[in-house]
Write a protein that binds this ligand. Structure first.
Ligand SMILES: [Zn+2]
Ligand SMILES: [Zn+2]
Ligand SMILES: [Zn+2]
Length: 322
């Protein structure tokens, strides 16, 4: 629900009838989380009756997770029968083919034991990791109200015109002339429209950091990447082998350049902590500047160090000019 004049009165009313509802302030909105599907339906009707500006988030009836660690040739039917035998109410399984690593997305019916899926460490006699499914980052803007992070399908807000800011849909705008000055209805500045990524209100794309990508506490393999007290040398000599998988399972970051590989062979005391920091920096840059990622790929095709540097420099210069 968008925070308006009487938002608090509406919250009071929701609490009186549905006391188990959780409401959180997220800035311009209050995120209302009903305790049951029935409450969800009733609160939806209440907000409509009160003419509160809001958009709907479907009541989650399923849990979506990603299973990592299975070969890409794994039959989806095998995963399904294995999960069912472990007591999970599987609704759908699909192979995420766009991903460079073999990943399977699993939807299971929400129930008390459904969250146990995160504890799953073994499937089809293989070690696996289960993480929450996340959509690919991307900003969505609503055609109806021109606010962000929802679509017009779920929008129950007063329409706002992109051109003139009045309460009608942009397509119904009586102003048919080309606009002389661009004006933004989200930040009130001139020079751009609310649909432009130049707008300071336009959502920034979240770039994944290593920590965000995989929940650390769930898997000891991941702990290794971020534990500051563990040196790379220690990892290799298996001094802390108790909670570690064998060395072969060390996840190799895919965008590591050949020169870096060379470096960790040359320095046996090279700290893993530092190594992780470098990879993190590189990961951050390559996700923001795809030119750099392409450069890293091209660099691996040549053995000439000067040429490598040149490729890298050109990509850096191009990225800076953007
Ligand atoms: Zn909307
Ligand atoms: Zn208009
Ligand atoms: Zn703006």
């Amino acid at each position: 629900m968008r925070i308006g004049k009487n938002y608090n009165l509406i919250l009071q009313e929701i609490y009186r009838s549905y006391p188990n509802t959780v409401s959180k302030n997220t800035g311009s909105y209050i995120k209302i989380q009903p305790a049951s599907a029935e409450d969800h339906e009733n609160i939806k009707n209440l907000l409509t009756a009160k003419k509160a500006d809001h958009y709907l988030i479907e009541y989650p009836t399923v849990i979506k997770v990603v299973i990592k660690g299975l070969p890409s040739s794994t039959d989806v039917a095998d995963i399904e029968s294995e999960l069912k035998s472990k007591g999970f109410a599987v609704e759908k399984i699909s192979h995420l083919k766009k991903s460079p690593l073999p990943l399977f997305m699993v939807q299971i019916k929400r129930s008390e034991n459904a969250v146990n899926i995160y504890e799953l460490k073994n499937l089809n006699y293989l070690t696996v990791e289960v993480v929450p499914f996340r959509r690919r980052p991307g900003a969505s803007q609503c055609y109806n109200c021109n606010y962000f992070n929802h679509t017009s399908k779920t929008c129950r807000m007063t329409p706002r015109c992109l051109k003139c800011g009045e309460n009608h849909k942009t397509q119904n705008c009586p102003t048919t002339d080309r606009l002389k000055t661009l004006h933004c209805i989200n930040c009130n500045a001139d020079g751009h429209m609310a649909s432009s990524c130049q707008c300071p209100r336009f959502p920034k794309l979240k770039t994944k950091t290593k920590k965000e990508e995989t929940p650390i506490s769930k898997n000891p393999i991941n702990q290794r990447q971020v534990r500051p007290d563990v040196s790379y040398a220690n990892v290799c000599s298996n001094k802390i082998e108790k909670q570690m998988a064998p060395r072969e399972e060390t996840p190799k970051p895919s965008n590591q350049s050949p020169s870096e590989k060379h470096q960790d062979n040359a320095e046996p005391n090279f700290k893993f902590e530092k190594f992780a920091t470098y990879i993190n920096e590189l990961n951050n840059l390559t996700s923001k500047f795809p030119e750099i990622l392409r450069a890293l790929e091209d660099m691996s095709k040549t053995n000439n160090d000067i040429e490598k540097l040149n490729i890298f420099l050109i990509a850096v210069a191009r990225s800076c000019n953007k």
